[in-house]
Design a protein around this ligand. Structure first.
Ligand SMILES: Nc1ncnc2c1ncn2[C@@H]1O[C@H](COP(=O)(O)OP(=O)(O)O)[C@@H](O)[C@H]1O
Ligand SMILES: [Mg+2]
Length: 437
């Protein structure tokens, strides 16, 4: 049997006809000259209705501009060509027969264009094969969805890890602060006790000197002893010394009191048992917070306290202090040169309101919605973690309260914290909670 045998030709034509891929051919006038069974079945158009007719007339839905350029190129250049379903999902809008697939609307096709040349090497026909690759497309789609989901999960994981590291860092800093506070307590206690003793010794010494002074009148004013006494007195500036001594001791005592207060505040602040619910005075909390952050704000802002009458509330005061600290430090950061931070408190409809306002640069409208999101920060690397407000939001939420923000560019920002006097359900407060905005 040779290729020219009628038997062989018949075999070939049978195979072409029954192949499970679309096969059709066109001549230079774009008339269809071959249309196999696959094409008949899927286009629901019989070969006898198609053969000899212009391809685009029969199928106006074909992408004519693109396809005629493609066909022209094959006629002109005599090279075969290929288009993957990924570039162009389909040539013909054939139905796909996957019953459960709703995301795919038509059969995906890979299309191949082959030139068929005459004896002189001129392209006489082009035959086009269409391969049904719907399954590949479906699986690729599924794979992409899975990969996208995984990417999302990886990002979440990274965020969570970062957040965990941050809160571990915070806890470590807290512990460190508690340790340092404890260490400072002892020396402060003995300095305070020594200072008290020094105070009484000094007044003792001064009264002895005064007693001696009373005896001075009995000395010869021009005598050697009196001259010596006068010269020493002058040398040490005795009058001033006596006056200043008392002042110095008083100031040292005040300074020591401040150290004590800061140590106490640090201890309150970093207490590892910060999960305790109890009745607390918010004003005391805010005051002790102001002591802790004083260094951060004293050159930036005047703090105005406009406290109203509020009852004690049931809360975890150490956690609320953390909220106030975040708000006050943020306020100070928002002030460029010098400004004011106003802390207001009051009551409205059974709720306590604490407001922290600043005269800072304000928050851009497009940022307002994001400020409570974990990791949202406009501060340079190392300066901001973007966790302050997110953690605060979580704390207030767990106290059954809510937080609001109002801001105007160039004028300032006000953060409002609303808290119930006694939350209905007291929950374990975790500093890792974040808002869902
Ligand atoms: N009082 C404020 N004035 C202006 N912007 C603020 C103020 N408070 C918060 N922001 C904005 O919200 C962002 C997030 O704050 P925060 O969660 O405390 O994180 P961080 O202070 O580490 O940046 C800040 O970077 C800042 O852009
Ligand atoms: Mg902050």
């Amino acid at each position: 049997m040779t290729v020219q045998d009628p038997q062989c030709m018949r075999l070939k034509s049978t195979i072409v006809d029954h192949a499970n891929i679309g096969l059709f051919a066109i001549n230079r006038d774009l008339e269809v000259v071959l249309w196999n069974q696959f094409m008949e079945i899927n286009s629901r158009r019989h070969a006898k209705d198609i053969l000899g007719r212009n391809l685009f007339e029969c199928f106006p839905e074909l992408p004519e501009k693109w396809l005629s350029r493609k066909i022209n190129n094959v006629f002109l250049l005599g090279n075969s060509s290929f288009t993957s379903w990924e570039q162009r999902p389909y040539l013909f809008k054939f139905p796909h027969n996957r019953t459960l697939q709703t995301t795919v609307d038509h059969m995906f096709q890979d299309s191949y264009f082959y030139p068929v040349k005459d004896d002189r090497g001129e392209v006489e026909y082009i035959y086009i094969s269409l391969l049904d690759v719907t399954d590949v497309g479906i699986y690729q789609g599924l794979l992409k969805t899975t990969i996208d989901k995984q990417k999302g999960l990886i990002t979440q994981l990274k965020d969570a890890q970062h957040q965990l590291q941050q809160s571990e860092k915070m806890a470590a800093v807290g512990q460190l602060a508690a340790g340092v506070a404890h260490e400072i307590n002892n020396p402060v206690a003995f300095v305070a006790s020594n200072l008290r003793t020094l105070n009484s010794y000094t007044s003792g010494l001064v009264s002895i000197i005064e007693a001696y002074q009373a005896a001075e009148s009995r000395l010869d004013p021009a005598g050697a002893e009196m001259t010596k006494i006068s010269s020493v007195k002058k040398q040490v500036d005795y009058e001033f010394l006596v006056e200043d001594l008392e002042q110095l001791l008083k100031e040292s005592d005040e300074g020591l009191g401040r150290v004590r207060r800061i140590v106490q505040d640090l201890k309150d602040f970093s207490r590892p048992d910060t999960g305790d619910w109890g009745w607390a005075d918010l004003h005391e909390g805010i005051d002790s917070t102001l002591n802790v952050v004083n260094n951060e704000i004293k050159y930036k802002a005047n703090v105005i306290k406009d406290y109203g009458e509020i009852p004690n509330i049931k809360c975890i005061i150490a956690q609320l202090n953390q909220v106030f600290m975040n708000l006050i430090v943020n306020a100070a950061h928002a002030i460029e040169d010098h400004g004011t931070i106003t802390i207001r408190s009051g009551m409205k409809n059974d709720h306590i309101l604490v407001e922290v306002s600043d005269s800072g640069r304000g928050i851009r409208p497009e940022h307002i919605k994001q400020v409570f999101n974990p990791f949202f920060t406009t501060k340079p690397v190392g300066k901001g973690t973007g966790l302050g407000l997110s953690v605060s939001y979580g704390i207030i939420e767990k106290h059954n309260g809510r937080m609001e923000v109002e801001s105007e560019i160039g004028t300032g920002t006000t953060f409002r914290v609303w808290l119930p006097i006694e939350p209905e359900e007291q929950q374990e407060v975790s500093t890792e909670s974040s808002p869902t905005l």
